[in-house]
Design a protein around this ligand. Sequence first.
Ligand code: NDP
Length: 508
Amino acid sequence: MINPFRLPEEQERIPDPAILVIFGVTGDLARRKLMPALYNLARENLLPARFAVVGFARSDWDDQKLRSEMRKAVEVFSRTPLIGPVWEDFAQHLYYFKSHYDDVEGFRRLATCLQELDAQYNIPGNRLHYVATPPVVFESIIRNLGIAGLNQPASPEGWVRIVIEKPFGTDLESAKRLNARVNEVFHEEQVFRIDHYLGKETVQNLLAFRFANSIYEPLWNQKYIDHVQITVAESVGVEARAGFYDQTGALRDMVQNHMMQLLSLMAMEPPVALEADAVRDEKVKVLRAIKRLTPPDVPKVVVRGQYGPGAINGQPVPGYRQEPGVAPNSTTETYVAMKLEIDNWRWAGVPFYLRTGKRLPKKISEIAVYFRSPPQLLFEGQLEHGFTTNVLAIQIQPNEGISLTFNAKIPGSEMRIRPVVMDFRYGSSFGMSTPEAYERLLLDAWQGDATLFIRADEVEESWRLLTPVLETWAQMPPPDFPNYPAGTWGPSEADVLLALDGRRWRRL
Ligand code: NDP
């Protein structure tokens, strides 16, 4: 596919020799995502010949233990089967460094260790730090990197970058504080805040679709679009993450990051160039243009829900409050629906409806653009299923693709009309397995391309919009949790939210 962000000659660029340091390498993310992504990059010859990966954590591991644990992880989680010789070659580059995240001396020893690896691999001091720990230790790691001089290149021609995992703050104040700590140690150009949704092919294709085609862009505004629905539905419950999720909830876990990213890519103006700051300038403008939510607005335009016992695929499942690790009176939301309005020339009067939840009937992420009805309904008497407006649905996962619903005549002597679908699917059109989001994002950070990473002002704008919702909810505990059975499409108030505007959620 056309990659919206890179020129053709850059497609296969091999990144500079460098050392990747993964903080929290013993954890779930490293096993499930980072190591399989690195292995697949190595398999596709997209890593430089001279590189090392240093895993930093507190557990009592050594190089051999890291290599054997990561081999098991790749066997289970890689999108391609493990090939013995490729793995052996890659694993030679893996090293373990044991220390504590708050131990300054440990970071000084790390600096020495990295210099030794530089000499061994002939690396000019390039460093990619990857903070993959729970957020409680983000600040210690960043501070100690600064104290140990690991925020500076180890040679005049070298570079240092830092990737920071989500969640980036839990509200506006904490995000501002973390940004301030990060920017005391690193320049903003060195900082790569990750949202793995941006590494997904279909999310990037949204920009190719919008800006590499001329037929849709003239329609992409309030004159032709009636409203937009963004759905990020999961059928799973909290799984093993109850401790984290019960402190977090759906608004922080999904809306603040992934859904606001989808919304801003969908609604942004064309950037002046396909480069990091130009794209991020336009995304942040969208976030700034969203009408602020005041406490009295919140109950009118935001619906929260929590699942009770129910069934998924015919199998009974417990309610949220019965999940292991969740307080029996928890008021954490597992579902959010909201209506947002973008107060700018392009989108005035076009509502954006967002919904996300756990234990919904299926896993699906989609942006659906509803076009306005034609000015005159010539065929009213001939419609088989009532009138259907044109809907452009961009499916992000699973079964990535784009479909357009339009009305067509049913063959035959009579004039009967019904909606049909024009369908593009990645799998059938390109016939290859798409890379995992983390492969793309690791490579981009390694190459210094920040287009698919979140800038400080973006993260703060998103929190600025949503913090009043969190504050209002904190003042008003939900009276009716649980308010939707597992395996249904959320609380009835979410349907009312759209029904009041004469609309309804798309059936998925
Ligand atoms: P883990 O809980 O598995 O933690 C990673 C490692 O950090 C642990 O192995 C542990 O290593 C260390 N650690 C854990 N808790 C603490 C603590 N309280 N204080 C200090 N060190 C601790 O986290 P994940 O790997 O699941 O996630 C890492 C980051 O990535 C998080 O910010 C998460 O939000 C984000 N993320 C994770 C995803 C996932 O799929 N897991 C998906 C998207 C984002 P040791 O004890 O050896 O030092």
